[in-house]
Design a binder for this molecule. Structure first.
Ligand SMILES: NC(=O)c1ccc[n+]([C@@H]2O[C@H](COP(=O)([O-])OP(=O)(O)OC[C@H]3O[C@@H](n4cnc5c(N)ncnc54)[C@H](OP(=O)(O)O)[C@@H]3O)[C@@H](O)[C@H]2O)c1
Length: 280
């Protein structure tokens, strides 16, 4: 079983939510972490709190969609720690709105962050993992990668794409000792809803005949808060994957996520469509 102690782990999206909780948990477990996100002030505050000596934690500011920033992240990790053992591809955000209304550019942006940049960063890290004889890639997917919902299908389709990429990579990298897993969070209390609002409000406000459905859907999300899990329950799954020689292909959590995924497996598509139907 791989020791967490001393593993060098890059975590994207470490400035808040699941990424931040993952950094906290992995550092407690003895890992060396590279914190990546755009908000450097957040990363530096977290790095200071986790390791005031600065020996085992590195903060690297950058936009995951920017090629130079991705290269800088990998180079920074190698310069500081001399190796990379794992990459947690966690940076991401949601776009809300009806497909008819969301501009294609906004859809592209969401795919650029959640899918293409994740692939590009993985491509940069893989030669180092292979050269070392192994490592681990953890992709943060979503229950939305299995169950697409009206008014959320842009984001949901990015997470559907991660299901396929993760499965393909797992097979490609098995001969090289690189483990690949996907984690599917359900609803987790983070800045995700606020970030999705910021990314979507502009066109959600011009949603025309969809407006009442969007309003009802926003209210529905607020009601769901009582079911939501804490970010650390997902961090725990990341830790479990990194500690395993044979991580599960997928980890689902918290409990409500397991129930939704079980229903998706058991029920016909029409029943799922009824469950997630538009309301006003
Ligand atoms: N919360 C949920 O209910 C939930 C459910 C299922 C899946 N997820 C997934 O979990 C992951 C983490 O989300 P979260 O819930 O922790 O939300 P969050 O608190 O909003 O965190 C998102 C993180 O991604 C970073 N990020 C976003 N765009 C970026 C970019 N272009 N370049 C670099 N970093 C970027 C943000 O940092 P900066 O803004 O500082 O760059 C932030 O650290 C996402 O992939 C999300 O899709 C969340």
């Amino acid at each position: 079983m791989p020791q967490l102690t001393g593993q060098v782990v890059i975590i994207t999206g470490a400035s808040s939510g699941i990424g931040e909780a993952t950094a906290r948990r992995l550092v407690r477990g003895g890992a060396k972490v590279v914190l990546a996100a755009r908000r450097l002030d957040r990363l530096e505050a977290l790095a200071r709190a986790l390791d005031p000596s600065g020996v085992g934690v590195l903060a690297v500011a950058g936009d995951v969609t920017n090629e130079a920033d991705r290269q800088n992240l990998v180079a920074g990790a190698l310069k500081k720690f001399g190796r990379i053992d794992a990459l947690v591809n966690n940076a991401g955000y949601g776009t809300r709105g009806p497909v008819e209304v969301v501009p294609v550019d906004a859809i592209r942006r969401n795919f650029e962050t959640n899918v293409f940049s994740l692939i590009a960063l993985t491509q940069l890290v893989l030669p180092h993992l292979r050269a070392q004889g192994g490592g681990c890639i953890v992709n943060i997917g979503s229950v939305a990668g299995r169950i697409a919902r009206p008014l959320s299908s842009v984001y949901d389709s990015t997470k559907h794409a991660l299901e396929a990429i993760t499965d393909g990579l797992r097979g490609e990298l098995k001969p090289f000792g690189v483990r690949v897993t996907l984690i599917r969070p359900g609803f987790i209390l983070t800045e995700f809803i606020e970030a999705a609002g910021k990314a979507s409000d502009e066109f959600a406000d011009n949603a025309g005949p969809y407006a009442p459905y969007l309003a009802a859907s926003r209210a529905g999300v607020q009601k769901l808060r009582r079911w939501a899990g804490e970010p650390d329950c997902i961090a725990l799954l990341v830790e479990r994957a990194l500690r395993s020689d044979h991580p599960a292909p997928r980890y689902n959590g918290p409990f409500h996520a397991k129930i939704f995924l079980l229903l998706k497996w058991l029920l016909p598509d029409r029943a799922i469509a009824f469950m997630v139907r538009l309301r006003r």
